[in-house]
Design a protein around this ligand. Structure first.
Ligand code: GRF
Length: 185
């Protein structure tokens, strides 16, 4: 099986990145992780890049010069899939166009519900019975691209933001890899 070369974009802890790295070691998993890009030089997830010897770059994609550098890196490494995993910046329309249909994201709610930030408090406040996570293609509108896969979690009556985050993220680690398998199968 020929694996796709992928790049993971992160801004923070990188726990989704960790799950993807682990799964990518399986010869049947459709992607190799060839590059990590972050906007945040202090992102904890960069420790994983060092630990697993994955090349990484710190770029401010809001700046044209950095965007150009990122495009060069992505091209050099023949990247065919970009996975946003806790990447907290909005990509420019131009960048998205260049990778049309090749950027995916994981979002901590059952889209189309609760786009944007603070999804756990929003779900609790709305007294939802279920929430969860969604893996979707990225288009020009925030959290609005075609849905690849969703995973549900049940909200308990005493649920708080922290407990919910733990539950949802546990599902995310499985959902992201399942979605990638789904894309290439
Ligand atoms: C995840 O909850 C993801 O859904 C959201 O940002 C969080 C990233 O967490 N987009 P991590 O950096 O993977 O730990």
């Amino acid at each position: 099986m020929v694996k796709q070369n992928s790049c993971i974009f992160i801004s923070g802890n990188g726990t989704n990145l960790k799950a993807l790295i682990k799964n990518s070691k399986d010869y049947k998993f459709p992607i190799n992780i060839c590059l990590i890009i972050t906007n945040n030089k202090n992102a904890k997830g960069l420790n994983l890049a060092k630990l697993y010897n994955i090349p990484f770059n710190i770029f401010d994609l809001g700046k044209l010069r950095d965007q150009q550098k990122a495009l060069t890196e992505l091209k050099k490494r023949k990247i065919t899939l970009i996975c946003l995993a806790g990447y907290m910046k909005i990509l420019s329309k131009d960048f998205i166009k260049k990778f049309n249909g090749k950027i995916i994201n994981i979002h901590p709610s059952l889209l189309p519900k609760f786009k944007g930030l603070n999804t756990f408090s929003k779900a609790i406040q709305a007294k939802e019975k279920f929430t969860g996570c969604t893996v979707h293609f990225v288009n020009e509108k925030l959290d609005s691209g075609r849905i690849i896969l969703r995973k549900k979690v049940l909200l308990q009556p005493n649920e708080n933001k922290e407990s919910l985050k733990l539950k949802v993220q546990k599902e995310e680690y499985k959902a992201y890899s399942k979605a990638i398998i789904k894309i290439y199968n």
